[in-house]
Ligand binder design. Structure first.
Ligand code: PNW
Length: 488
């Protein structure tokens, strides 16, 4: 399609929904107010403060617990169809269990939801975005199979409290980060370092917990509430470094996201065959009497298979992969990366953004969407996060280029037949970026952490996103202007 000025302008499908996302610990603050109890990120930032850049904490963050009206105002400025946010388990259930419901916490979420609905902005809720109640962590967290019941009970209360108005539910955000970073390394709470073991226990329990909640909603709540429920997986694209590295790249894909996608979206279910084979063989050679990857029962395989109404996808970047069977020595001999036997890195030729791990590689997004369509029988795809960091203040040209180029290839994939229904920009505003603290900035709106109001100001990318949502088209030549007044 050519517009008046002769530019190519591409139209998005009419039914595609656009929104932005945040997560409770990253924006809410009020960490110990109104009856909220401690979660694992409170514990990590308070007891190992300088694990986080500048020893930052989420104690106040964007103070969204008090600023929710301004947050909804920004959603209206952008013209969002929906807003994806997460619930803080320890804010609504301070004992972790349903014996006590914290009314103040429930009020906060009711206020936010009702304020959004007033302006026809759909709430999309993530039940778990990484802030486990500390008490449950002390009982082993996701490594304890009883978490299946704990998570089901918590989810049931949330469906009861908010399900009359909320029609989109995500069970768990990014199992890969929860398990492989939280239980097999130091980069996410609880920062256990029990690699080759704890992350696989976590993966199994998390998948069963997710599936139980899916079926609970499907059987008990969907008939009256009529919403959708699914999981959110993170997936980078993994490209072979050289022609001979396709097998290594595919193995890394199967470990990194296949481990959660295959059990749910493949026809056969269960962990990916290559993952089972590699870990079993390694375990035997290392002298274990059984595979370090726990097995599912056949009932569990059936329970998990098909347990998502859509493929929730968080995508940011791409890596090059090569075979490396000498990882022994680099990592302790029993470890996740030793099990996979690959190395990966980002090309120095790819454009940088404001985060060291995040280079701009739009063709990787296209290849990923293509593979999901081909491997899992073209499921409905909800892009639940996409975006980049920048260090450019309000003139975030890097982010403007990133969104344009990633949306452009998303349209290519849609034209090829990918069933993309939802697109979500990460993030509405700058927020607590986990171990990077407030250093890495992902927001369409800049947040001033020096001001007690945590003043939010639209960047160029906010004006771009607003224009895309207003016109439902992508014009690669549109140049947003951050000096204009932002209006609703
Ligand atoms: C997401 N990767 O994690 C999280 O869901 C957000 O909370 C976070 O703020 C955001 O990314 C930005 O970092 C990621 O594999 C998970 O490249 C995986 C990847 C990147 C980010």
């Amino acid at each position: 399609k050519i517009d008046n000025s002769g530019h190519e302008v591409r139209r998005f499908p009419d039914s595609l929904l656009f929104g932005t996302a945040t997560a409770s610990y990253q924006v809410e603050g009020a960490w110990n107010e109104d009856g909220k109890s401690e979660n694992i990120w409170d514990r990590l930032t308070h007891t190992q403060p300088c694990l986080v850049k500048n020893c930052d904490t989420g104690d106040i963050a964007d103070n969204s617990y008090y600023n929710y009206r301004r947050d909804v105002e920004m959603m209206r400025e952008l013209g969002l169809d929906f807003y994806r946010f997460s619930l803080s388990w320890s804010r609504v259930l301070p004992t972790s269990f349903p014996d006590q419901i914290n009314e103040a916490g429930v009020n906060y979420y009711n206020n936010l939801i009702n304020e959004m609905l007033k302006y026809n902005i759909q709430p999309m809720i993530t039940l778990y975005h990484w802030d486990l109640p500390q008490k449950l962590q002390e009982l082993g967290g996701w490594a304890n199979p009883h978490i299946v019941d704990w998570f089901s009970d918590y989810s049931r209360v949330m469906f009861e409290l908010f399900g009359d108005r909320v029609k989109y539910w995500f069970t768990i955000n990014e199992p890969r980060e929860v398990c492989y970073q939280g239980y097999a390394g130091q980069s996410m709470a609880p920062a256990y370092n029990i690699s080759g073991m704890a992350e696989y226990l976590c993966a199994k329990n998390l998948l069963v917990a997710h599936a139980k909640v899916y079926h609970m909603y499907n059987e008990e709540y969907r008939p009256t509430q009529g919403g959708l429920v699914g999981i959110v997986l993170s997936a980078s694209w993994f490209e072979p470094e050289n022609e001979g590295d396709e097998e290594a790249a595919e193995e890394l894909r199967q470990f990194e996201w296949g481990s959660f996608a295959h059990p749910i979206f493949s026809e056969s279910g269960d962990f990916p065959p290559v993952m089972k084979e590699k870990i079993a063989a390694k375990s035997a050679a290392q002298g274990f009497l059984r595979s370090r990857l726990p097995e599912f029962t056949s009932e569990e395989i059936d329970l998990i298979k098909g347990s998502s109404d859509f493929f929730g996808l968080n995508h940011y970047t791409t890596n090059l992969v090569y075979r490396n069977d000498t990882v022994n020595g680099m990592y302790s001999s029993v470890s996740y990366y030793d099990d996979i036997e690959v190395g990966f890195y980002q090309s120095t030729e790819w454009p940088e953004t404001g985060a060291t791990w995040l280079k701009m590689v739009p063709w990787g997004f296209y290849k990923l969407l293509t593979k999901i369509r081909e491997d899992y029988n073209n499921p409905p795809v909800f892009i639940t996060e996409n975006g980049c960091a920048s260090r450019e203040g309000l003139d975030d040209d890097t982010r403007v280029t990133y969104y344009k180029s990633y949306l452009d290839v998303m349209l290519d994939a849609i034209e090829d037949g990918s069933d993309v229904r939802v697109y979500t920009a990460w993030s509405l505003m700058d927020n607590f970026e986990w171990l990077e603290g407030y250093y890495d900035r992902f927001g369409l709106y800049e947040v001033d952490y020096e001001s007690s109001e945590r003043t939010r100001t639209p960047r160029k990318s906010a004006f771009l996103y607003k224009e895309i949502l207003r016109t439902r088209t992508l014009d690669m030549h549109f140049e947003p202007d951050a000096t204009l007044p932002m209006t609703i």
